[in-house]
Ligand binder design. Sequence first.
Ligand SMILES: NC(=O)c1ccc[n+]([C@@H]2O[C@H](COP(=O)([O-])OP(=O)(O)OC[C@H]3O[C@@H](n4cnc5c(N)ncnc54)[C@H](OP(=O)(O)O)[C@@H]3O)[C@@H](O)[C@H]2O)c1
Length: 296
Amino acid sequence: MRAAVVKTFGGPEAVEVVETEVPEPGARQVRIKVAAATLNPVDAGVRGGFFGGAGKQIGFGWDVAGTVDATGVATAWSVGEEVVALDPGMVRPLGTHAEYVVVDTDAVAKAPATVDAVHAATLPLNALTAEQALELLELEAGQTLLVTGAAGAVGGFAIQLAAHRGLTVTALAREGDEELLRSLGAAHFVSGTAEAGAYDGVLDAAVLGGTALEWVRDGGAYVGVRPGGHPEPVRGVRSTAVAVTADGARLAKLAALVDEGVLTLRVAETYPLEEAAKAHARLDQGGVRGRLVLVP
Ligand SMILES: NC(=O)c1ccc[n+]([C@@H]2O[C@H](COP(=O)([O-])OP(=O)(O)OC[C@H]3O[C@@H](n4cnc5c(N)ncnc54)[C@H](OP(=O)(O)O)[C@@H]3O)[C@@H](O)[C@H]2O)c1
């Protein structure tokens, strides 16, 4: 099968599409025939060597939508079922940017029924991250949340999931993003900066750090997206960061929210797997709204 990997860290030109063995599922694993897989900021970090692994072949891709193609022992899935999954890992020989991927059974969920695989592939990583970040914030209905980087994939899901929980959401994004973010459920919109000490919680998807923590009220909560890179707590503000984990049961609930119209799946462009390097180059340019999706 073909798979996109990096062997020598670098820019988009470092992305290689190689021929490799189709992986076999072990116990409590399934093999998915990949229909679509998204490209995320973490893949650019992997490509540049941010997470280490020099001298190894490292596969790209965490998100997948596709069809169960083979099962190991002790799996509840059957061949032919349409699924989505999160396959996290900074340094491993193969990821989801491939024709087939083997994932743990408990990372898998039934795909949403109302969207195609290209859209479904945009769900796992960033909706799970947004949901797990909201859990860390521990806010209650009626409280206020500021989401930075709100037009991004994590930010967009965070707005929708927070509004669904009854939070009053302020989106912080680029000037041109206001209409989009209000359509996702943001009650308020700011660009550039926000009011100091005004919010019960901040989800900092734009990685603004200490600046964003200043927007949290005394005793509120800050959640970042770089584990270990969150700012020091001040004024009694709790400061932590989300580190997404695979969770098939939670992913199934998020897929149901897609089918109920609560979550919007946003695709920017699709690329054939062979053109993975082109997709990386587009990601590096910035300003992408919706996800870039690879189709093997
Ligand atoms: N810890 C975890 O488990 C985890 C999981 C998933 C993602 N992440 C991280 O979370 C972050 C967000 O991911 P993503 O996929 O949502 O990225 P994304 O789609 O690129 O979104 C980031 C958004 O932030 C915007 N932005 C950046 N600086 C800004 C500023 N000063 N003011 C307003 N908007 C600004 C960007 O706008 P432009 O495009 O115009 O620059 C973009 O819309 C990334 O750093 C990613 O690596 C962490």
